[in-house]
Design a protein around this ligand. Structure first.
Ligand SMILES: O=C1O[C@H](COP(=O)(O)O)[C@@H](O)[C@H](O)[C@H]1O
Length: 236
């Protein structure tokens, strides 16, 4: 389980391609361990563009798909087939190509509106800890759909899901797992690529109050060289 006061571990790789290869292998390993120990693998996936290549690699690896359970960290309130939805990206890059039982793929019903979708999704989430949570990092330090200057639901026993109506990145209406629920996991990985993420990473390293930092103590942060803020020594 995650420790409250542990610092994130920064892992720098050359580029998104290298991270994607390594990440897909790591997810496969963690899944196999979870299935061997507990009979199932409960994974929360990140949306956005950064994890696309990693997801696209997963179907090429030998996984026991029948035991996988997929949840989202967040979703944008758009029509079901909208290309900007995280569920559409996930289906296109990965899920449509593997035999995970459809009853074990839990898309957020964000087309119903944020409030209703958040209510429904809170009932869908498992009672136990997740095995692995994957998260991204926005240019402003947001993660999942937890944005700066909002309530991120960090306190113990806050609701597991939040309805968001004024996200700083379109669309404004979204559903997100709360910071507290995202941390109910055995492992937490962030994926961060591209120079556009340098400011957010700098803020995180300087202990600024951004959502990623609130969620990410004891996380493993996988980043490419372009994302690592200039002027800071590299770490591994
Ligand atoms: O809006 C979102 O942004 C973040 C970061 O996305 P990226 O395209 O910069 O990788 C993402 O993690 C989140 O799931 C998404 O809804």
């Amino acid at each position: 389980m995650l420790r409250e006061n542990a610092a994130p571990r920064w892992h720098i790789y050359p580029d998104n391609a290298e991270i994607s290869t390594r990440l897909a292998t790591a997810v496969t390993r963690i899944a196999a361990e979870a299935i061997a120990r507990r009979g199932a693998f409960h994974l929360v996936v990140a949306g956005g563009n950064t994890p696309r290549a990693a997801y696209a690699r997963l179907p090429t690896l030998g996984n026991d798909w029948q035991r996988w359970h997929i949840y989202h960290g967040d979703e944008r309130c758009l029509p079901v087939e909208d290309a900007e939805r995280n569920s559409v990206m996930l289906e296109d890059t990965w899920l449509s190509q593997v035999p995970i039982p459809r009853t074990q793929i839990h898309h957020i019903p964000a087309e119903k509106g944020a409030r209703e979708a958040a209510r429904i999704y809170a009932e869908v989430l498992p009672r136990q800890h997740f095995d692995l949570v994957l998260l991204g990092l926005g240019e402003d330090g947001h993660t999942a759909s937890l944005f700066p200057d909002h309530d991120w639901g960090r306190d113990k026993h806050t609701p597991a899901t939040l309805a968001i109506f004024d996200a700083a990145k379109a669309p404004a209406e979204r559903v997100s797992l709360s910071a507290w629920r995202l941390r109910q996991t055995r492992a937490l990985f962030f994926l961060v690529c591209g120079a556009g993420k340098q400011n957010a990473l700098r803020a995180w390293l300087q202990n600024a109050a951004i959502p990623a930092a609130a969620v990410g103590s004891d996380a493993d942060v996988w980043l490419d060289k372009a994302a690592w803020p200039e002027m800071l020594p590299e770490t591994q």
